[in-house]
Design a protein around this ligand. Structure first.
Ligand SMILES: [Cu+2]
Length: 473
């Protein structure tokens, strides 16, 4: 759970900051709130300031504030953190207030916001409030709009949350390193009154798309990686470490996501069609909305989707780039589908008895294989569902729609119990002759310049041996 730690008497890491920040200055700061678990925290219902319908951060939390003469004061601490990316797999990242990503900041349109940022990293930082309208000097670009925040120092940002919408925050100092290390967070500005383009919803979820390159067995991301990441994550979690989105049948659901990776992510929901009701620029005009089941989020963008959860079940929700639903194994694995290497394996087994070949029937076996992995490594794919392995990793979760789920209850209802007769099943009866070959064969347009003789693909077959191919030379 959330805990407060005394900043001056804090951990060893805190001692660095304590020496350089005076007691008088610290007394004026709101106490930093630190999160110690990667669990999805219940929504933070506002007890001061204007009311709003709070959001839920997947495997994350919302930062509490204090009111100081009408100003909402927050305190972010940039610091090294240990993030559990999936059960049993921990990464040494940089983040804010104990976690990566940092806490979600929720405010209401028109709020005056003051954010104290204390730097407990070994290098300079700053925070850019991605997408906000604000005075130029509050934009957080080190060198351009402010000096960088040196280690041990605290800076203050202050501005009015001028427009409602979905925003992010991230460093704008040594961005390449600091974002690759997990420094980022979400920001939601709720509308202050009924807004013609912002509907009220029953459930409002947020998560950030991020990616890491952590070698199997290692703890720290490689920060030089440009595209070949091996961990594609939502809020620095990989499936099966990403919590499900639990809703009540009939709920109006909003899901907001922002992309701080180096590639686009087509986010896909099963069983329902949704509207894109918000982008970086705020709510979309109603005339521009159309139904989709996949929406692409480009680098640096935010998207907000909405739908009525009117179909019961466990619905997959994931990035549609198939490599992004896999975990760390690297991409240097040759494709072995269809390769018969029984003979080779026999020879290798004489030298290495445990040697086995990967992927000759596809990679699905990897999900169940109990191959010894280096310590601290997420399986390439896995996740046990009610019918076996889901054979997924990375950017994958499940939308759970249930009749019994109560309003405001975000707990996991377990697996869906399918009404009898509504599951796909194995067919064991007789099979009819395929009708299609008789009716097919026509082309919509005749081809031109076709070779007189059909070209046959040459397949090199093993010569001789006892494989049954002898005689076919
Ligand atoms: Cu993706």
């Amino acid at each position: 759970m959330t805990n407060r730690r005394n900043f001056l008497l804090g951990s060893a890491a805190g001692a660095v900051a304590a020496t350089s920040v005076s007691k008088v200055a610290m007394a004026a700061l709101p106490e930093p709130v630190v999160q110690t678990t990667p669990n999805t925290m219940p929504p933070l219902v506002p007890s001061t300031g204007r009311p709003y319908n709070p959001i839920v951060t997947l495997n994350g939390w919302t930062l509490p504030w204090r009111m100081n003469q009408g100003v909402k004061e927050f305190h972010l601490v940039a610091e090294p953190v240990v993030r559990e990316m999936a059960p049993g797999f921990k990464a040494h990242l940089w983040g804010y207030n104990g976690q990566s990503p940092g806490p979600t900041i929720e405010v209401v349109e028109g709020d005056r916001v003051r954010i104290f940022v204390t730097n407990k990293l070994p290098e300079r930082t700053s925070i850019h409030w991605h997408g906000q309208r604000l005075p130029n000097g509050m934009d957080g670009v080190s060198g351009l709009t402010q000096p960088a925040i040196e280690p041990g120092k605290t800076f203050v940002y202050e501005f009015i949350a001028r427009r409602p919408g979905t925003f992010m925050y991230h460093p704008h100092a040594d961005e390449m390193t600091q974002m690759a290390m997990g420094m980022m967070g979400f920001w939601v500005t709720h509308p202050k009154a009924k807004h013609p383009l912002i509907d009220e919803v029953d459930r409002d979820f947020v998560f950030l798309l991020n990616s890491y390159d952590i070698e199997p067995g290692a703890y720290t991301p490689k920060i030089m990686t440009m595209l070949d990441f091996n961990l594609w994550s939502w809020n620095s979690r990989v499936f099966p470490g990403i919590d499900s989105l639990n809703v009540r049948k009939g709920d109006k659901v909003r899901i907001r996501f922002g992309n701080l990776t180096m590639t686009n992510h087509p986010i896909h929901l099963h069983g329902h069609e949704f509207l894109v009701t918000g982008t970086d620029g705020g709510p979309t005009p109603k005339s521009t909305r159309w139904y989709e089941v996949t929406t692409d989020v480009a680098v640096g963008q935010m998207r907000q989707i909405e739908f009525i959860a009117d179909e019961e079940g466990d619905w997959a929700f994931h990035c549609h780039k198939s490599h992004h639903t896999m975990n760390a194994m690297g991409h240097d694995v040759p494709t072995m589908i269809g390769v018969d290497h029984r003979g080779v394996v026999k020879e290798i087994n004489k030298l290495i008895p445990d040697y086995m070949v990967m992927g000759e029937r596809g990679m699905g076996d990897m999900a169940e294989m109990e191959m010894p992995l280096p310590d601290n490594t997420a399986k390439m794919m896995g996740g046990e569902g009610p019918f076996g392995s889901v054979e997924m990793g990375g950017m994958f979760s499940v939308l759970k729609v249930r009749k019994e789920q109560k309003r405001g209850d975000y707990s996991d209802p377990g697996w869906f119990k399918h009404p009898s007769g509504t599951n796909a099943f194995e067919w064991t009866g007789s099979l009819p002759e395929p009708a299609r070959f008789a009716s097919e064969g026509g082309q919509s347009m005749p081809s031109r310049g076709k070779p007189k003789q059909d070209i046959e693909v040459q397949v090199r077959k093993p010569q001789g041996g006892s494989s049954g191919h002898s005689g076919h030379h």
